[in-house]
Design a binder for this molecule. Structure first.
Ligand SMILES: O=C([C@H](O)CO)[C@H](O)[C@H](O)COP(=O)(O)O
Length: 199
């Protein structure tokens, strides 16, 4: 047994534990990804093809998933910024805010969407909740039918908090990137020229 600083006791973890949970997580991801409306994803992809810069915004792990998306969109040649980064400029009326929030209620994220809307920018949102304040602000919404972060003990997912949303969010944006890329003539070598050379 080991204990963490606040006295949570963690019993030894076996290979069986890990295998069972790999299967659980894989199956939840497959089931949830299959339930996404592909027309919604295509509508969001269409917004990414329009002129203008792309700004991504999300809190916590939702925001981290969108940071990965931002890198791929940059590889495709789009002008992409992450909300909150030091060099991120103001969003304008030509631009797109790509935003993700499982709950659709996280205050900083909703505030970003309100600001983008006031600036006349388009808003594309990923959320679990079609009735959320975030969804209501968005021009295009992709519903990921996963648990929200405070849906403890729900039948939708046995994983902790918003993990399933965040995992499927990542896959959904990977599918969008792959589809956009498929519809270019650009080989991987050309995209790679855009990858950071200061890392
Ligand atoms: O980091 C997160 C948390 O660990 C839930 O799994 C969330 O992504 C963060 O709290 C933002 O929440 P949402 O806006 O509801 O995605």
């Amino acid at each position: 047994m080991s204990s963490t600083a606040d006295e949570t006791t963690i019993a030894p973890t076996t290979a069986d534990d890990i295998g069972r949970n790999l299967t659980l997580i894989r199956d939840e991801i497959v089931d949830t990804a299959a339930k996404i409306n592909e027309q919604e994803l295509a509508a969001l992809a269409a917004h990414l093809r329009q002129p203008g810069q792309v700004f991504v915004a999300g809190a916590g792990r939702s925001g981290l998933a969108l940071r990965m998306t931002a890198m791929r969109l940059m590889h495709l040649g789009l002008s992409v910024h992450v909300a909150g980064d030091t060099t991120t400029p103001a969003i304008g009326s030509e631009d797109l805010l790509l935003v993700a929030s499982g709950s659709g209620t996280t205050s900083g994220v909703v505030k970003s969407a309100e600001t983008a809307a006031k600036a006349g920018a388009r808003i594309a949102a990923f959320t679990t909740n079609a009735e959320s304040p975030l969804a209501k602000l968005a021009d295009v919404v992709v519903i990921i039918p996963a648990a929200q972060k405070t849906d403890h003990g729900t039948s939708v997912s046995r994983q902790y908090a918003g993990s399933l949303f965040e995992q499927v969010l990542f896959l959904a944006t990977e599918a969008i990137f792959q589809s956009l890329w498929d519809n270019t003539d650009e080989p991987a070598e050309k995209l790679w020229l855009r990858h950071a050379n200061l890392e």
